[in-house]
Write a protein that binds this ligand. Sequence first.
Ligand code: ATP
Length: 205
Amino acid sequence: MAYSKILLFGGSFDPVHNGHLAIARAATNLLAVDKTILIPAAQPPHKLNQTRAPIQHRLEMLRLATADDDCLEVSDCEADRPGPGYTIDTVRHFRGIFGSVALLYWLVGGDSIKDLPTWKDIVQLADECILVTAPRPDCPIDWPALQGVLSEEQILLMKIYVLDTPQIDISATDLRRRIAQNLPIDHLTPPAVTDYIHTHDLYRS
Ligand code: ATP
């Protein structure tokens, strides 16, 4: 029976950068998924009222960054959701679209593992999708943080799904700092995103 393999990748993307794109592309290939969907959070629960650019700008930058990439799509499914966007709701949204036999993966950076215990319904989430991890440079994965929260089987599965993605030392925080200091960002995000940031005067203050 034919089934879909879909990689979901949520984040603030404030703005999207080459680190996001590199792990999304590499994970797409390593997992041999049919497509990868990038989903900017309108209000990330762990960064409430902390995003800098409005969701419509973040969506548009993602669309520009992925325009030439057939495997990468952008979803606005969290854009209109009131309140914090919970991953479990987003996974269930895509489960509804792709059906019960679809293999759904959710991609996180290695630095996010320590935060998983605070995610809504994390135990159910780990059952309803496969949590895959892209290691982040200089950021050891905090497996002990998951002990007593997820089952041993769930943690073991997550350890199996630590991907050999390129480790790229870029963060949106650093990118925003560089813009505020008038430093070049051309090597950190695609040219179309750099142009968009300058045209719309984002992240200047
Ligand atoms: P900020 O610096 O504002 O916190 P960020 O660069 O971490 O942002 P997010 O949009 O918050 O970017 O990240 C979305 C997801 O991508 C998170 O799971 C994060 O861990 C992961 N991620 C971001 N940048 C990298 C990177 N360079 N390598 C691996 N994972 C990354």
